[in-house]
Write a protein that binds this ligand. Structure first.
Ligand code: SAM
Ligand code: SF4
Length: 327
């Protein structure tokens, strides 16, 4: 079938599937303390619905699938979805993004279900700071999850850290040390003006990571490392002799919109071809009705309407938060 190519010639090969918009944390740049109006449970796509949607996406040339949320492990049967995707689709690369809090409980089942790759979001190595940014997270629980994932063979392991000026930018050396001593890729991310991230106030500010990378190349001798499999947004570097790499995800200071190959399916079945814009194409009902042609038409419409890139640097703000978008 004709692949998903947008009007700027970008071929879409990667689908991020949000399985819930709920979360057990309230990261200050992502979700307000009181939460958000969440999708009613009966409107969530079932695992069978998601598997069908992924099958359709694969027929359109998608070959990478990442499960995300909200916090995906709040759907406690998640290993069943991973097994279904492995058994019933030809997806070559199924990955998971999680805050890690529930990982100790599920790591082995996820690995047994066929999950291979995992990203853990963790913004501080300091227990008090971690609790502060997540509003109530307990850092030791995330470390237990990381250890369980490592024991279960979920590798390569990647830790995503959102760096904020004035909040956690003094931890860069500690992260470099972690990547030096362990086979873990640490990926620094820039804050995007999405949802709560647009108004962080005095809590911490956007930090330019292209400038940070240039400084680390000079002061720490970072050298370019192997590129990301599948051309993801991170650009990788390595300290000579280090076991893990350092990735920089720079949507603001060095945008990668030109090579974007991603789209997102939300937990109620909305397709979003671009993270930065609030418009979407709803295919939830078509998915539930197993109407393959309508779902294909939805994918094609979403991709055809995809803009060239974000306009965040010109002051545009994205209303829908990352927890609902499937970050
Ligand atoms: N709950 C899971 C987690 O935290 O890994 C998965 C969903 S979360 C929305 C995915 C990623 O989005 C996290 O790494 C988080 O740091 C990032 N994120 C959320 N809001 C953001 C923002 N305004 N700017 C940049 N990254 C953001
Ligand atoms: Fe939850 Fe992830 Fe958002 Fe934090 S970043 S509130 S863990 S969805």
């Amino acid at each position: 079938m004709k692949p998903l190519v947008d009007s700027f010639g970008r071929r879409h090969r990667s689908l991020r599937v949000s399985v819930t918009d709920r979360c057990n944390l309230r990261c200050r740049y992502c979700m307000p303390a009181m939460g958000l109006p969440f999708v009613p449970r009966e409107e969530l796509l079932s695992f069978e619905d998601i598997t069908f949607a992924v099958q359709v996406a694969l027929s359109l040339g998608v070959d990478r699938v990442r499960i995300t949320g909200g916090e995906p492990l709040l759907r406690t049967e998640l290993p069943e979805l991973i097994a279904m995707l492995n058994d019933e689709t030809d997806a070559i690369d199924i990955a998971l993004t999680t805050n890690g809090l529930l990982l100790a409980r599920h790591a082995r089942a996820l690995a047994e279900a066929g999950l291979r790759r995992i990203n853990i979001s963790l913004d501080s190595l300091d227990p008090e700071r971690f609790t502060k940014i997540t509003r109530h997270g307990i850092l030791s629980e995330v470390w237990e999850g990381i250890e369980a994932a490592s024991k279960a063979g979920l590798s390569p392991m990647r830790i995503n850290t959102l760096l904020l000026d004035g909040f956690n930018d003094d931890e860069v050396d500690d992260w470099l040390e972690l990547a030096r001593e362990n086979p873990i890729d640490v990926r620094f991310m820039e804050l995007m003006p999405i949802g709560e991230g647009a108004e962080l106030g005095s809590f911490g500010d956007y930090l330019n990571l292209t400038t940070l990378k240039d400084r680390l190349v000079e002061t720490r001798g970072l050298v370019p490392a192997d590129p990301e499999v599948g051309n993801g947004p991170a650009r990788y570097w390595r300290e000579p002799g280090a076991k893990g790499r350092i990735g920089f995800i720079t949507p603001m200071s060095n945008s990668y919109c030109d090579s974007c190959s991603r789209m997102r399916l939300t937990s109620k079945g909305d397709l979003r071809a671009c993270l930065a814009y609030d418009n979407h194409v709803s295919v939830g009902e078509a998915i539930k009705a197993r109407d393959e042609l309508a779902v294909i038409a939805g994918f094609r419409k979403a991709v055809a309407e995809k803009p060239a890139g974000h306009q965040w640097r010109d002051g545009h703000v994205t209303e829908t938060g990352m927890s609902a978008l499937g970050g």
